[in-house]
Design a protein around this ligand. Structure first.
Ligand code: CU
Length: 313
């Protein structure tokens, strides 16, 4: 019989910080609430009916004490608010050199796609000591990727990308779970998180390198689904060139200027009428019913690879 450990393995500096936060917060809450319960019991015994005790209570106000027992806990809790918010916000600021892995959640499995093309189901292999950023999409309902050993959990929501990042420090095999009820087999939507030394990871990549890279698959889709007909260099249709687009500002017809990030590229493919680039007619059809989230992630990977000055297809 196996038990769920009370304190699961903690394998990153982030997970150590979360643990420290939880321990300190528990200590604070006990320190704030224990005196209340202890005094309830003490007074209940001391002043119970029939007991001879001095029940006179002369007026004895001490403003300094009364203010301090409100202000000190308030400041302590505010400190925890700042601390935990800082930790939480850090989850969404990945370093630029992070290894990018795409995640598609669907009833009831996790699909992970490495940039070199390796795809895995319900298993995620990552190198230790290196930042890894997960860009996640859902094919159906809301799921939530939970990796207890890293103390991270992020909802995966249909219709948009969410992301999370981490650095795993200790090699080993840990659990992955879906922590958002997503239908009948929700409880079976689990998997293994395998952290490997960088050399083992390179070896692992080499073993399963039959698949073309994400960028190559995206490029094939870009041509195969007709995107290049309008957006390619030889096109006669008035459509914006997508070379060097990623990460740069895009002026919209509405006068707004947005940054072409993953989410913008995704929306432009699936909801092309929502944000029209300034100076271009709104003629692009939606690819909502013909491309899966996985296909879109591949095309986005391809578009991100298009840098000005490099040969394009
Ligand atoms: Cu799920």
């Amino acid at each position: 019989m196996s038990f769920i450990p009370l304190w699961p393995a903690s394998i990153s500096s982030y997970s150590h910080q979360v643990d420290l936060l939880v321990v300190c917060f528990t200590v604070l809450i006990v320190a704030l609430s224990a005196p209340v319960f202890i005094l309830i019991i003490v007074f209940a015994v001391k002043y119970r009916r029939g007991r001879s005790a001095n029940r006179k209570h002369p007026v004895n106000r001490n403003v300094a004490v009364e203010v301090s027992w409100s202000v000190i806990p308030f400041l302590a809790l505010l400190g925890f608010y700042v601390w935990s918010t800082e930790l939480f916000a850090g989850l969404h600021r990945p370093p630029v050199d992070a290894l990018e892995i795409d995640v598609v959640a669907k009833q009831w499995m996790w699909k992970f796609q490495h940039p070199e093309g390796q795809a895995e189901i319900d298993e995620l292999h990552v190198p230790t000591g290196q930042p890894v950023k997960l860009t996640m999409a859902s094919q159906d309902v809301i799921h939530s990727l939970f990796i207890p050993a890293l103390r991270i959990k992020q909802d995966v929501v249909p219709g948009r990308y969410t992301s999370v990042w981490f650095i795993a420090d200790m090699p080993g095999t840990y659990r992955i779970a879906c922590s958002q009820y997503c239908g009948t087999n929700h409880s079976e939507m689990t998997g293994s998180f395998v952290a490997m030394s960088p050399s083992d990871y390179t070896k692992w990549l080499g073993q399963s390198s039959n698949d073309p890279s994400l960028v190559a698959e995206g490029a094939a889709l870009f041509r195969g689904r007709g995107c290049s007909g309008c957006h390619g260099p030889a096109s006669t249709v008035h459509a914006p060139s997508l070379v060097g687009l990623y990460g740069n500002p895009v002026p919209l017809q509405s006068g707004e200027v947005v940054i072409a990030d993953d989410e913008y590229l995704r929306d432009s493919i699936l909801l092309p009428q929502s944000q029209i680039a300034a100076g271009y007619p709104a003629i692009m059809p939606t690819f909502k019913n013909t491309l899966s989230e996985e296909d879109v992630l591949k095309i986005v990977a391809y578009l991100k690879s298009l840098k000005p000055g490099e040969a394009t297809q």
